[in-house]
Design a protein around this ligand. Structure first.
Ligand SMILES: *Cc1c(COP(=O)(O)O)cnc(C)c1O
Length: 382
């Protein structure tokens, strides 16, 4: 297919010749109202009613018992690892094809990321590759999982739902359970996506969301943890609020903890955004359907939902047949006022993770050269 045709199609569906960004937030509801209310109240910082309201609503929306609001998605991942007891020199299994924040959070704990391959269709952690790695490398002692070769404990697994496409999380949780490994679902990109009508973020022990400006909905900056485990929820709240023990006036803190609590002003924004989430998802689905119809008769693969999943279509994905084809498309679109982006470089290529353990990464290497994100913003007339 001719890139010129694609460029004019994208310009037509966004109704402009001006610059078309990859993804911008949309504020069409109570955002200004809640922000003004928050400022008028003077409670703009870490204590305030919008934070509590948001925690209730994110739990309800995802179908979890508890929600804990934090400053960003990376902090949510870091907190999740901490409350599950990940220690210095432990190993944490994750996918090699992910956004760097997943691996960074593991490094914050002075633990070692181990990069496992992804599935070709979901682009998320592959249960097959995970099983292969564990069968070859792991053993169970005292109900804990150890890497036979490095002697380190394998203390968590973080699958990630790439661009909102659900990975095979049920199989992954089953395998991890057999090996005594807790699962943290990095659902930063998958708010609103589901599998068998169950929301992503609720399959593992803890689910993590991001509300950064480029995600489906935004708090300006923000994140959340969801869990059904009361003990973990309490620990998360404690660790993200300086470890302060409740008292009417005394300052007592019982551990070295973090100031990771989401400010009320950000919570005001995300409360307004959450009210529009279902509408935003429908709008994004309409766009995805238009892309799908357009690329149907092309030689490119416009990524669509796999069986029993519902995708939030955060960022639409087009798969090319070769790196050359992909590079030409990136060049042509970006030179023509259309922002497109390649998928991330694999984690083992980055200087700080280049000595980490990794499997063959066969599928990840294939996808790394071929996947491109298309403009995916909410459209006012969509
Ligand atoms: C955005 C993102 C994060 C981090 O979220 P921030 O709020 O930007 O810290 C983590 N993991 C993945 C996969 C992401 O896409």
């Amino acid at each position: 297919m001719d890139n010129k045709k694609t460029i004019s199609f994208i310009k037509s569906i966004f109704g402009t010749n001006e610059f078309i960004p990859l993804h911008v937030p949309s504020f069409n509801g109570n955002e200004k109202k809640y922000l003004i209310d928050c400022i008028d109240s003077t409670f703009v910082s870490s204590v305030g009613p919008y934070v509590t309201q948001f925690e209730k609503e994110i739990a309800k929306y995802s179908g979890s018992n508890y929600g804990v609001a934090v400053v960003n998605g990376t902090a949510a991942l870091h907190t999740a690892l901490n409350i599950l007891g990940i220690q210095k020199d432990d190993e944490v299994l994750t996918q090699g094809l992910t956004f760097v924040a997943t691996a960074n959070a593991i490094a914050y704990c002075h633990a070692h990321p181990v990069f496992i391959d992804v599935d070709m269709d979901t682009m998320g952690l592959s249960p097959t590759a995970l099983s292969l790695f564990l069968d070859a490398n792991a053993e169970i002692r005292d109900e804990k999982c150890y890497n036979k070769i490095t002697k380190r404990r394998i203390s968590a697994c973080i699958p990630m739902h790439t661009f909102g496409f659900p990975c095979r999380i049920i199989e992954i949780c089953k395998i991890c359970k057999q090996w005594g490994i807790p699962v943290i679902e990095d659902a930063a990109e998958a708010l609103g996506s589901s599998l068998n009508d169950q929301k992503m973020g609720t399959f593992g022990d803890i689910g993590v969301f991001s509300f950064n400006g480029n995600k489906v909905i935004t708090a300006g900056g923000g994140g959340a943890l969801v869990t059904n485990n009361k003990d973990l929820a309490l620990k998360a709240k404690h660790l993200t609020t300086t470890g302060k023990t409740p008292h009417p006036f005394e300052f007592h803190h019982d551990e070295v903890a973090y100031n990771y609590r989401m400010p009320n002003i950000n919570a005001a924004l995300i409360c307004a955004q959450l009210e529009q989430l279902d509408h935003i998802l429908l709008n994004k689905r309409t766009l995805a359907n238009q892309y799908r119809a357009f690329f149907e008769n092309s030689s490119y693969n416009f990524r669509w939902e796999t069986a029993k999943t519902k995708v939030n279509f955060w960022l639409n994905c087009l798969e090319f047949n070769s790196k050359e084809e992909r590079d030409q498309f990136l060049k042509d679109t970006n030179e023509n006022n259309i922002m497109t982006r390649p998928i991330w470089q694999l984690m083992f290529r980055l200087p700080m993770f280049k000595s980490c353990q990794t499997d063959e990464q066969t599928n990840a290497l294939y996808l790394e050269e071929r996947i491109v994100n298309l403009p995916s913003s909410y459209r006012k007339n969509g």
